[in-house]
Design a protein around this ligand. Structure first.
Ligand code: TXA
Ligand code: MG
Length: 317
């Protein structure tokens, strides 16, 4: 059986240069020894991901983070101390020890300390960091449950460490610190931007297909196979009278579509619950025989900003 909670086995596979899917509080990662270039290459092959798209390093402690970087500016240190372990990734100058393949040759490396207890224990037991992108085929929706990983990548991994459902459900927030000390948010994610605002000016980079600030941060990520249309549900439904519809609603189902083709993100309108349910809901609607998924915006605040970002990107076809 490839899925389980055997930390010793996960550790042994990683030490042997093989791929292990790891649970994190954000989404499941597809992990390999970051210092073993051959092992890292397997990640790109398994995901069918272009090698110009760099990976995030996962470490078990701030001490380990420091050992991977040329320098950790005081602001970064403060952010790690406040928000790690947790859904925050920071881009910082890397040491030559880190293979070029991990960073796509960039002088900076993305690092974070994930909060899931199993993965944290695993990381603390290893003497190398893990490189891990989300454990989905390139371009598809990220996995938030072990069965999502098994459904798409079971043959490519040596082991899936089962940590249950991801508690946050959205990928980490990625920031870079400018020379002037501005926090540049390159990807909205599981740490709400509002939380960062106490640490200096924050600038949010919106995504574009033409000039991505970071490689791989393209709009067309997170796409289900079924087209997804985003807007106001009542208006959208009127636009598709002849179609079999899947509905992704924020708080309540709508009339006129069978309820088994509708997913509600949070009946109480709780954005954290909505975030937790988002990717699993998109996956389950994508697995139905529907022509199109209609989705609505959630409130543009807190985690809602990252949810809307993912919905927007899922809707590009
Ligand atoms: O929550 C997360 O961040 C999850 C879990 C598994 O930790 N990981 C994740 O990794 O979402 P991935 O590879 O799916 O997304 C990482 C993003 C990519 O868009 C990549 O281009 C960007 O981070 N990135 C990584 N290193 C970078 C660097 N040095 N400079 C700019 N962008 C970078
Ligand atoms: Mg990803």
């Amino acid at each position: 059986m490839k899925i389980g909670t055997d930390l010793q086995l996960a550790k042994a596979e990683l030490e042997a240069g093989r791929l292990v899917a790891i649970p994190t509080e954000t989404v499941y990662g597809l992990a390999a020894n970051a210092l073993n270039e051959q092992a890292v290459l397997e990640i790109f092959k398994a995901k069918n991901r272009p090698t110009f798209d760099p990976l995030i390093l996962h470490a078990g402690s701030l001490e380990q983070v420091r050992s991977l970087l040329l320098e950790v500016p005081p602001l970064a240190e403060q952010l790690f101390e406040t928000f790690s372990p947790g859904p925050l990734t920071i881009l910082l100058p890397r040491t030559p020890q880190i293979p070029d393949l991990v960073t796509a040759g960039l002088p900076t490396v993305a690092v974070r300390i994930p909060r899931h207890p199993l993965t944290l224990e695993l990381l603390q037991s290893l003497d190398f960091p893990l490189a891990a992108p989300s454990a989905n085929p390139f371009g598809y929706v990220s996995p938030t449950r072990p069965e999502h990983v098994a459904a798409q990548l079971e043959d490519q991994v040596a082991y899936i460490l089962d940590g249950g459902r991801s508690e946050v459900g959205l990928e980490s927030t990625i920031v870079q610190i400018s020379e002037e000390g501005t926090l540049e948010v390159l990807r909205k994610g599981g740490l709400p931007i509002e939380e960062l605002e106490n640490y200096g000016p924050v600038e949010v980079f919106e995504h574009s297909t033409s000039n991505p600030r970071a490689p791989g941060m393209l709009k067309s990520h997170y796409s289900p196979k079924t087209p997804l249309q985003l807007g106001y549900l009542d208006d959208l439904i009127a636009e598709y009278p002849q179609k079999r519809l899947g509905i992704l609603a924020f708080k309540r189902t709508i009339s006129g579509v069978p309820v088994d083709r509708q997913c509600v993100l949070s009946e109480s309108g709780d954005l954290a619950e909505a975030a937790r349910n988002l990717f699993a809901s998109i996956r389950s609607l994508d697995a139905l025989d529907v022509d199109i998924i209609l989705a609505e915006w959630v409130p543009e605040k807190g985690l809602g900003r990252a949810i809307n970002d993912r919905l927007r990107r899922a809707s590009v076809k």
